[in-house]
Write a protein that binds this ligand. Sequence first.
Ligand SMILES: [Zn+2]
Length: 180
Amino acid sequence: MIRSVKFNDNTIEYELQRKRVKNINLRVKSDGSVVVSANNRVSAQYIDSFVESKGEFILKALNGFDREAATPQYSSGEFNELIISLFEKTYNDFVQFNIERPKLKFRKMKSRWGSCNYVDCVITLSTNLIYCSEEQIYYVIVHEFSHLLVHNHSKDFYAIVEQFCPDYKRIRKEMNKIKY
Ligand SMILES: [Zn+2]
């Protein structure tokens, strides 16, 4: 059940879960949702006022997540250098597959980190990668290089990704949480 309370000038929305718990438990998740669990004997009104009493803490936590996610991690010079070095490293790793050297392009992308045009052999990377860690950028580059070999997201595809990025599942999950 989704409920909302007013705190100062803000509305705090939270998901109320009824569980067999002793106390009222409140969690602010990194995806920006607020989850409260309480047992059936605690009235919704009481829980509302509990959430309200934690208003300052909740807003601070939510702002913290946003700010952290939206900060560029590099100067533009550093960013270009990092991309080029990771691109070269990945190209050298993929030479064994007899690939043509892909051209590298940058673009503002709304919902993707990169794309691969395997017909023209062009890899396009999102300028939003500036918000990502080196490990995350490397994963995206490996992902797009792997599309030069396998054009879909099949098991075969991820088997190649995994050779270079064994931890790709965790990295992918973390990247889904980044807001920009
Ligand atoms: Zn893909």
